[in-house]
Every structure is written in C-alpha cells, then in structure tokens.
Design a protein around this ligand. Structure first.
Ligand SMILES: Nc1ncnc2c1ncn2[C@@H]1O[C@H](COP(=O)(O)OP(=O)(O)OP(=O)(O)O)[C@@H](O)[C@H]1O
Ligand SMILES: [Mg+2]
Length: 138
C-alpha cells in the first residue's frame, strides 16, 4: 500500500496493531528515514499503548506497556550475529508480548518462521510504499 504522510503511516500501523496477538514478531525493513519508527508508533497505539515510543537507537530494546508488553528492538548497531545472540533476542520472541524489530535483516537467521514481515520504501519525501505478508484489512 501507499502512504502519503507520517500520519497515514501511523494509521496503517494502528490497524496492524489492533490485529496482533501475544507472541507475534514483526520484522521491519527499510532504509534510514523510511518510517520504521513511525509505523511502530502506530502499532503501539493500536495495542492501546499510551507511552511515547522513541527510537531505541542507543539501546537494543525499549519495553512499552500496551494491552500486552511491547518490545521495540533496533538492530541498527548490531554488527555481528554474535551481538544479537548476546543480547538474547530469542527470549523476546518466546515472551508473552509483541516484538517489533527495526533493521530485522541483521537477525535474519534468528527470526521465527511465522514472523510478520513489513518493508517500507521511500518513493519521495512524503510517500512510502509499505509491503507486507499480513492482512490488516486495508
Ligand atoms: N509517508 C510517510 N510515512 C512515514 N514517515 C514519513 C512519511 N513521509 C515523511 N516521513 C518522515 O520520514 C521520517 C521517518 O522517520 P523514522 O524515524 O520513522 O524512520 P526509520 O525507518 O525508523 O529510520 P532509522 O533507520 O533511522 O531508525 C520522519 O521524519 C517522518 O516525518
Ligand atoms: Mg527508527
């Protein structure tokens, strides 16, 4: 689908969030500024989270409380698979919450088979193409 604004991407995220279940893992792909964090904000809203979602750039994970716990993971700074293993990403997959991962390609070998994959592509300044293997009713 196509999003023409940050707000529209948030609304798409919100619809996705409403459909998620405990244990779901969402892998986000896309370059800098593609909108992975913006989409995550919408997903958190859809999960009834009132906390402010920030980019977890300087830590690997931020935890938020929605109707279930939300683990927002950013692997941008993870250069080696070993870093990701040390951080213990798999514990978040098997948790009772929802896991959203930016720069998910860095954990390619570790993602569960039923991971929901969402790719954001920048078409121009305000337009993004959003591709996903998940039906959120849009
Ligand atoms: N249609 C759109 N959807 C989402 N963001 C948009 C859109 N149009 C413009 N933007 C802008 O693009 C930027 C997206 O930033 P965001 O932090 O979500 O990117 P990111 O993919 O998380 O990047 P990073 O890899 O650095 O974490 C924001 O500044 C936002 O305002
Ligand atoms: Mg981000």
């Amino acid at each position: 689908m196509i999003s023409n604004s940050e707000e529209e991407t948030k609304r798409i995220g919100e619809k996705i969030g409403k459909k998620l279940k405990k244990g779901d893992v969402i892998a986000l792909y896309g370059e800098f500024g593609a909108g992975k964090t913006v989409l995550t904000k919408g997903i958190a809203k859809g999960l009834e989270c009132n906390e402010q979602v920030k980019s977890p750039s300087f830590v690997f994970v931020h935890e938020y409380q929605g109707k279930v716990p939300i683990y927002h993971i950013d692997l941008y700074r993870a250069n080696k698979l070993e870093d990701i293993m040390t951080f213990g990403i798999q514990e978040f997959f098997s948790s009772q919450g929802i896991c959203i991962i930016e720069w998910a390609e860095r954990a390619k070998e570790l993602l569960p088979e039923n991971t929901i994959k969402i790719e954001l592509k920048t078409l121009n300044e305000n337009t993004r193409e959003i591709l996903m293997n998940f039906d959120c009713g849009l």
